[in-house]
Structures are given as structure tokens and as C-alpha cells.
Design a protein around this ligand. Sequence first.
Ligand code: SF4
Ligand code: SF4
Length: 344
Amino acid sequence: MSIKKITKQAFANFIDNLIKTATVYGVQPKGERFDFAPLASAKDLRLDYDVTLLPPKRFFQPTTETLLTFDGEGRYKSNFDNENFILLGVHPYDMVAINQMDKIFSKDYYDEHYMKRRNNATIIACDVLTPSENVFAASMGMATVSEGFDILLTDIGDGYVAEAGTEKGNALLAKAETTDANEKDLEKRQKLQQDNQKNLNKHKLKCKPSDIPNLLERAYKHPVWEEKAKTCFSCGSCNTVCPTCYCFNVQDSFNWDLKSGKRQRTWDGCLLDGFTKVAGEHEFRSNRADRFRHRFYRKGKYVPEKLNGQISCVGCGRCVGACLPDIANPVKVFNRLVDDLGLL
Ligand code: SF4
Ligand code: SF4
């Protein structure tokens, strides 16, 4: 795959031309924060952002989506999004999260709705220029990324190094005015990436990510779950802002004829009361501390068991900022367990 250099002006021209022919969602200011939104002009794009309010997962798993419609006579029609789109400005930790979700949604059960959107997407990722106040991706080994993106951009001052990661990215990059990246350009990129591997670390984990499953193995009855959960509002914000939380609820709703209708799925979250409620009003995780504990076990044990040990917290830090009582920070919880239980 090609590694090119593109000047800032050539990049702006490239994006403005792309917008004419494709739907592009790029990172833009939203008040004092940033988020992905339809891009109307290259000048609105902010690749120097710190962190987006919501992760890009909603482009693949919308907050609410109609899976199918039914006519009440035994016929149904599946509903798929067919639009191609470009996602511009995905940070490495969010790219890692998308790579994890791709496995989750295609491994045991191939989720056609998620995978259709994923295959329709072209992802242009970018290395972090401005660390957010709570990022700890470096502690999780996810401050940089080497796969999943179609193009990876690194700002080297007088332009970008643009690496194509797929044939799709190669073809897209061929539309831009570029030169081959030289040794000096690549050295600047390497320096920025090495710095990020150290500096995206506002909360420092006291162990290796690979120690976490074993730590949790011994922590099921630890008092930290009850202690922290005492102030938990069960608001689910830590789930909503997390790029690796993907739980959903599926519900049918009927039209006025009480026969036809639609089946929809919406985001759900394991911290919410009622998340585990099943038929007959049975709820197998009604205790707040159990729900609080479950989130950490899911990030640090259950999902890694499915993903060859990869921890499903990428260190974006969004939950840290979103949690009003300040109890959601995974680093604080894991460090407490390291202090109390030690490492084996
Ligand atoms: S648990 Fe928190 S820090 Fe980790 S990926 Fe989710 S939102 Fe980001
Ligand atoms: S841990 Fe914090 S963000 Fe998560 S549900 Fe509890 S109060 Fe809300």
C-alpha cells in the first residue's frame, strides 16, 4: 500500500472535491467540544480535536434502527442502509474499538445490518494531535493503530503523511495531489506516534492490560464494587459514550391495524436498571453493584475471552468525563485492585 505526503492546501482541495461526490462525516466543533457531523467544506474540519463527544460507533450501530417491517400476514422485509459514506478523522483508539466491534458483529453471528454499514464506509483515521484531558490510550497500548483504516493521516506540520491501509484507501488517495513520503516525513510521523504512545496517558494504569483478566478473576467479591456503586445513578452515560459498548434492545411496534409494524433495535446499557429484565418480570442483575461490576468484567474479562485477550477498553477517557459521581474511570478501579490484590 502507498505512503504519500499531501500538503495542507492539496488536502483541503481533496476533501472539497470528495464532498461533491460522496457523503462525508468529519470532526467539527460543537460548542466547546467536537463531534462527527456531515461536512460541508474542508474549512469546517478540525483534525486537531481532542476527543469527540460520542464515538463513531453510531455510524455502524445507530442509536435506533429499523431491522425489518412486517405486514401481519407472515411476510416481512429486512431493512438495510445502502449509502456509501466517508468517516473522516477517526482517532486510533476509536479505530481499535471499531476493529473490535467488527469481530464481535461478524464472528459468531454475522450481523448483516452492522456489517452492511461497515462495508459501505471508508474510514480516514488520523493520529492524535491534542490529547484530551482524560485519555489513557497509551496505558491500554492503543494510542496508535496499524490496521482497520482505509487511510491514516499524520499531521507533520507542513502537510500530512497519508498511508493507505486498503485498496479502497489506495484508490481514494490516488484522487489527491500527492508526492511519495520521503525519509524525513516518515521520521516526523514516527516521532509523533512514539510521543503519543507515551503521552496519551492522563491516567496511568499500574499493570499491563494483559494482567487485567487475571486480576478480575480474583476480584469478584472485592468491596470496590459496593463502595463505588453507592453513588452510581444508573444513568448509563458510561455505556453510551463508550466506543466498545454495543448492547442493544430489540422491540416490535405495531401500526393502528394491530397486525403490521416494525422491529427496531436501540442502544441499551448494562448499567441501566431493567437491562436484564426478562419475561415474567425476572431481573437477574437488579442490584446496582452487580451492574457496576459487570461493566468492568465485560471490558476486562468477558470480551477479551472472545477477542484473543484484547481488553475492550481503548482508553478514550470519555466515561471518565461523562460520569457525574466520578466512579466510572477504569484505571482507578483496576489500580485499586492492583493495590489490594497484587499481581501474580
Ligand atoms: S471504558 Fe471508558 S475509557 Fe474505556 S473505552 Fe469505554 S468510554 Fe473509553
Ligand atoms: S458509573 Fe457513572 S456514568 Fe455509569 S451509570 Fe453509574 S453514575 Fe452513570
